[in-house]
Structures are given as structure tokens and as C-alpha cells.
Design a binder for this molecule. Structure first.
Ligand SMILES: Cc1cc2nc3c(=O)[nH]c(=O)nc-3n(C[C@H](O)[C@H](O)[C@H](O)COP(=O)(O)OP(=O)(O)OC[C@H]3O[C@@H](n4cnc5c(N)ncnc54)[C@H](O)[C@@H]3O)c2cc1C
Length: 532
């Protein structure tokens, strides 16, 4: 990497009123992605050796976890307390809460188990908003085309049709739950246009949409008599029938006292979110501390098929400094409102509202080729917020209070000083293969939200994740509740774990690494879990 300008020198040269040269001709998008996007970094991919995706490309650090030993074996189950329920929902973010509510509304007894506290999740951190084709002149077809095109046509059209078709009803449902959205002076829902889309359709609550969403979902779950919530209770393994072919429950560890509990159930819904905290390719992340890809590991060991394991979203605008906020998100909403990206020489280098993968690749190119801005933490480019403030006075204060609060705490006023940004690991594009009801390829096992794949192809557009978690969360909840009861006593086994161990041994793969990871090893609790 060529060294760019120092932060001090770049700040001294920066002027919010400088005239900007026209955007230079843009390179072929595929060539740009192949040269600079982290998915194409040399050595970043490997082929899986065992499991339902054997032979497929997979990001190297994720492959190590998918092909790791289980945390537990039969001895750990002896004497463990057993709880019966109809539907076990794993994960207390948006998808988990939506699934739990839908299943309970169908009369199922629901147990929602979550790793940390209810609501500790990526959902609560979501900023920019949620997509739905609600504006006059916009259509579900346009929304579908935008989603497929931005995902490089790798998304499953049936899933995308379900996603966009659920849009307007999802917003109505959220409003019915009590969620507030920003409105225009005439009382309509206020919309923003996301990168890679053809129409404004992102509805939002300032720049803390996820906080507002999680507030109402959490309240609804807590108040529902049909839902029991277990906090600090990560699932460390699933349970299978005698042949290891059907999911019949899960083993939960307690973060409070280390004990193990068994939950026996007719359906399990994985809603465990993403994997940013694996810091793939050494990147910082925007994700919450529990985003360690556990659901992928659990589903894969159970025999479920996964997809797009070589495709991840690096959001273009993660903060570069101060150090403790490294990787934290600046919402795309700021670019949607008109903020430009400038390199160290004060030049624009990309259309800021191209799909995220293109914008990220262009930022990485500028940094590698010596047109980045360095400080002690790393390198980045300017997000030109003072120019935005000049053109629309008061906008930052009005629409992005979270950004202003966060930066002011560290002595930066984005209305006067541009923000130094660099791509941050943000989203898992692929995941567990599902159908439109959230059913995986393993009977009894459902998945919804970021852990599931096939919807966003190889690049997600802003606002489609929040739509996905509510739409598919509710779909999975309804289907899981309707699943047939097994007759007779249910045998719970770890047969799938034994099968995976045999495969690992036959393939000559090491048995030392254990997964799911549960918490990053750099947290105190994560270290302990890893040792035990
Ligand atoms: C900073 C940020 C901003 C974002 N902004 C937007 C936006 O504006 N619009 C948009 O559409 N998308 C946005 N996204 C993406 C979106 O928020 C997420 O993709 C989505 O909320 C994921 O929801 P989820 O329910 O699938 O996962 P999460 O909300 O992450 O919930 C997963 C839950 O599962 C729990 N869990 C994990 N492993 C286990 C286990 N082993 N056992 C038990 N529980 C477990 C976690 O603790 C957590 O409670 C943003 C993401 C981030 C990080």
C-alpha cells in the first residue's frame, strides 16, 4: 500500500467550499471488484471439504469454524435439565422476536433463547431504515429488480419476490406494534433513496431505526404470555433424532453459571444473525459483540445446505478514528442525503450511490494507491459532511442525531470537519438455504434474518435487511408453529455431531478447533468459553 496524506495535512488542505472537478470516468465494475473488493483478496477463500457444501468456495476463517469440532458430547448431556416446548427461537434480535410473535400468535408455546440480553443484536444498531415500495409510482417489481441487480443476480427470485411483496404490510405491522417513523410535513412517511436503487423507498426513524424497531419488538415479546424468554443462554449445539436427520431441539449453555440445559421441541428457528465479530480478512466491524456466526456452524453440522459463503458486505463508511470507534458505522443515509466521498486530494472518485460493494472497492483502491488519508489507526477517505451541511443547513442535526452525538463525544463536529471513513465488515450476504417459509434443508430446522441466505445475492441494498428480518421472521414463525407434532416419545441425540466428527477424521482435518465461537476470544467471557 502506498502511503497517502497525514490526517493533519489533509485537514489543513480541506475546504468545504472548494470547487470539485467532475467525477472521472468509472472503471468496469467487475474489474474494480476483482481488483479491490476484500472477497477477492488472494488467500481469502478455500474449498470446503466436508458437509452439505463440500467442494464449494468458502471464506477461509469461516471454513475453519464450519469444519470444527462440536463444543459438547454425550457426557455433557447427562443430568442436564430438559424443557419441552413447541417452537424454540434462537436469537433475540429482530428476526427472532418477529418469529416468536408470529409463532405465539398461532397458538404455539414458544421459548426464545438468546445469547446476551433480549435486544442485544445488530438489529438494535440499525440506522438508515427499512425498504418498502410505498411511494406513488414505485412498485414491488422495481424493488425486486433493484434487489436482484444489486445482488449480481445471485438472489433466489422466489425469495426476493416474497421479500418485496411483504414490504408494505411489514411497515403496517410495525406501525401497529407502535413503531414510529419520520414523516413529511403533510404526514406521509418520509423516504430516502438507497445506493443501487431506482426509487426512494427507505422509511426510517431518524438515524436510529433499529433502536426504535427493537423497542417495540422487545415490548411485544415481553408482554406475550405465550413466549418465555431465556437470556444469557447461547445455543451451543442442536439436537437430532436417532438418524441425525431431523432437528428436535438444542443444547443451551448458561453464560451466568456455565450449566447446560436441553430444550426438546418440534421446530427450531435459527435467528442468530451475522458474523462480523469474526473480523474476516482482519477487517474491523460494525457488528455487535455476539455476531460470531454461530447459526451457520450449528446448521452446517446438522447437515443443512448453506449458500454464498464467499460473499460478504464491507460497508463503505466505517469510522477510522478514534480507535475505540474503529469500524463503527456511518449510515448510508448520509450519502443518500447528498454527502460526497473525497480522497486525500479533495477529489471525488466514485458515484457515492453505487451499490455498496462498488463504493467500498473504490475506497480501498484510493487508499492502496496513495490517495488515502492516514492517522495512527489506519487509512481512509473523507465523507464530506461539512459540504452537505452548507448545502442543507440543519440537516445533520435534524436527521442524523445519532451520528452527531457519537462524534461530538470524541470532539469531532461533522458539520465543520469531514469524517474519515474506510470499509468495515458489515453483513453476511449468504447463509442458510431457506424456502419462502424459512424452512432449511433439514426437517424441523428453520432460519430467518441475517443467518439465512439466498435473498440478497452477493450484495445487499440498504434497508433490505430490516425488511427481511421482519418478513421472513414472521414467515418462519408461522410455518414452525404449524409444523406437525411428532407422535410418541422423542429421542434426542447428538448423532449429527458423531457424523460430523467421522467426516472430519476421514478427511484428515484437525479436531482441536471448536465451534460455535459464542463470543470473540478477545472478550473475557469468550476466552473462558473457549478454554472449557
Ligand atoms: C450498525 C448497523 C447498522 C445497520 N443498519 C441497517 C439499516 O439501516 N437497514 C437495514 O436494513 N439493515 C441494517 N443493518 C443490518 C441489519 O441491522 C441486520 O442485518 C439485522 O438487524 C439482523 O437481524 P437478525 O435478527 O437476523 O440478527 P440480530 O439482530 O443480530 O440478532 C441475532 C440475535 O441472535 C443472538 N445469538 C447469536 N448467536 C446465538 C446463539 N448461539 N444462541 C443464542 N442466541 C444467539 C444474538 O445475541 C442476537 O440477539 C445494520 C447493521 C448494523 C450492524
Amino acid at each position: 500500500m502506498k502511503r497517502g496524506l497525514s490526517l493533519q495535512a489533509a485537514l489543513a488542505a480541506y475546504r468545504a467550499d472548494a470547487e470539485l472537478a467532475p467525477l472521472p470516468d468509472q472503471p468496469d465494475p467487475d474489474a474494480l471488484l476483482h481488483a479491490y473488493h476484500p472477497d477477492y483478496l488472494r488467500g481469502s477463500m478455500t474449498k470446503l471439504t466436508i458437509g452439505a457444501n463440500a467442494g464449494a468456495d468458502c471464506q477461509r476463517e469461516l471454513a475453519d469454524l464450519l469444519q470444527a469440532e462440536a463444543f459438547i458430547d454425550e457426557a455433557d448431556l447427562a443430568g442436564a435439565q430438559v424443557t419441552d416446548t413447541d417452537v424454540l427461537v434462537v436469537g433475540g434480535g429482530g428476526a427472532g422476536c418477529a418469529a416468536a410473535l408470529a409463532a405465539a400468535e398461532r397458538g404455539a408455546r414458544v421459548l426464545l433463547a438468546t445469547k446476551l440480553r433480549l435486544g442485544d443484536s445488530n438489529t438494535v444498531m440499525a440506522e438508515g431504515g427499512i425498504q418498502a415500495a410505498i411511494e406513488p409510482g414505485d412498485t414491488a417489481q422495481q424493488h425486486m429488480q433493484d434487489t436482484l441487480r444489486s445482488g449480481h443476480h445471485a438472489g433466489d427470485p422466489a425469495l426476493v419476490a416474497a421479500l418485496v411483496g411483504d414490504g408494505p404490510e411489514t411497515i403496517r405491522w410495525l406501525i401497529h406494534q407502535g413503531m414510529q417513523f419520520d414523516q413529511t410535513p403533510s404526514g406521509d412517511l418520509h423516504t430516502r433513496k438507497a445506493g443501487g436503487t431506482s426509487a426512494p423507498r427507505v422509511v426510517h426513524c431518524r438515524d436510529y431505526t433499529g433502536l426504535e424497531m427493537m423497542r417495540v419488538l422487545r415490548e411485544a415479546v415481553k408482554q406475550h404470555r405465550g413466549i418465555e424468554v431465556w437470556e444469557q443462554s447461547p445455543v451451543v449445539e442442536l439436537l437430532s433424532n436417532e438418524r441425525g436427520q431431523k432437528c428436535v431441539g438444542a443444547v443451551l449453555g448458561s453464560l451466568a453459571d456455565g450449566s447446560m440445559r436441553i430444550v426438546r421441541t418440534r421446530s427450531v428457528i435459527l435467528a442468530t444473525g451475522g458474523l462480523g465479530r469474526l473480523h474476516l480478512n482482519g477487517f474491523p466491524t460494525s457488528n455487535h459483540i455476539g455476531a460470531t456466526g454461530d447459526g451457520l456452524v450449528l446448521a452446517y453440522r446438522m447437515g443443512a445446505k448453506l449458500c454464498e459463503l464467499d460473499s460478504f458486505q464491507y460497508h463503505p463508511t466505517g469510522l477510522v478514528h478514534p480507535a475505540h470507534l474503529y469500524g463503527k458505522l456511518v449510515t448510508e443515509g448520509v450519502r443518500a442525503a447528498g454527502a460526497l466521498l473525497l480522497n486525500a486530494h479533495g477529489q471525488r472518485f466514485v458515484d457515492e450511490l453505487q451499490p455498496r460493494d462498488i463504493v467500498s472497492a473504490a475506497i480501498i483502491r484510493e487508499c492502496r494507491e496513495g490517495r488515502g488519508i492516514h492517522n495512527d489507526n489506519g487509512v481512509g477517505v473523507w465523507l464530506d459532511t461539512p459540504r452537505l451541511e452548507r448545502s442543507q443547513p440543519g440537516l445533520l442535526e435534524r436527521e442524523f442525531p445519532k451520528l452527531l452525538t457519537r462524534t461530538r463525544h470524541v470532539g469531532i463536529d461533522p458539520r465543520r470537519e469531514p469524517i474519515l471513513v474506510h470499509p468495515t465488515l458489515h453483513y453476511q450476504n449468504g447463509g442458510v438455504v431457506i424456502d419462502v417459509d424459512g424452512a432449511t434443508t433439514v426437517p424441523g430446522l428453520y432460519a430467518a434474518g441475517e443467518v439465512a441466505g439466498g435473498i440478497h445475492g452477493r450484495n445487499r441494498i440498504m434497508g433490505n435487511a430490516l425488511l427481511d428480518i421482519i418478513g421472513f421472521g414472521r414467515r418462519a414463525g408461522r410455518a414452525a408453529a404449524a409444523a406437525e407434532h411428532d407422535r410418541g416419545p422423542k429421542k434426542i441425540t447428538l448423532e449429527h455431531v458423531n457424523r460430523a466428527r467421522r467426516e472430519l477424521t476421514l478427511a484428515g482435518l484437525p479436531l482441536e478447533q471448536r465451534a460455535p465461537r459464542v463470543l470473540p476470544a478477545y472478550t473475557a467471557a469468550g476466552k473462558d468459553i473457549w478454554k472449557s
